[in-house]
Design a protein around this ligand. Structure first.
Ligand SMILES: [Zn+2]
Length: 101
C-alpha cells in the first residue's frame, strides 16, 4: 500500500490536511484555547510539515536516484545524507519497521 498521492491541501481554518477525495489528518486544537502563542504556532508548523510530506517524499526519491553511493566510499556508513535518505525511504515505503528516532 502506498500513501495518498499529493499534493495535499491544508485548511488553516479547520487544521485539516487532505485531498479533494478526503481527509488525511486533522491537527488537534492547541492546548492554549486562545489559539495564540507558542502552542498554536507549533501546531501550524506541524501542519505545514505534514502538508508537504508528499513533495518531500518525491524530492527524497529523486535525490536517492541521483546519489546511490555513499560519499564516504564505503558500502554503507549509515551517517551521510545518502545513507540516511535510503534508510528513511525504506521506512516510508514499508520495507523496514526500524525507526531511528
Ligand atoms: Zn553513507
Amino acid at each position: 500500500m502506498t500513501h495518498t498521492k499529493g499534493p495535499w491541501t491544508y485548511d488553516r481554518t479547520t487544521n485539516r490536511i487532505g485531498t479533494t477525495a478526503g481527509t488525511i489528518c486533522i491537527i488537534d486544537e492547541p492546548a492554549d484555547q486562545s489559539g495564540r502563542g507558542i502552542v498554536h504556532d507549533q501546531q501550524t508548523a506541524n501542519a505545514r510539515l505534514i502538508h508537504k510530506a508528499p513533495e518531500m517524499y518525491e524530492v527524497l526519491s529523486m535525490y536517492q536516484m541521483l546519489n546511490t553511493e555513499c560519499h564516504r566510499g564505503v558500502t554503507h556508513c549509515g551517517e551521510c545524507a545518502s545513507c540516511k535518505g535510503a534508510a528513511l525511504l525504506a521506512q516510508i515505503e514499508g520495507e523496514t519497521d526500524e525507526d531511528h528516532s
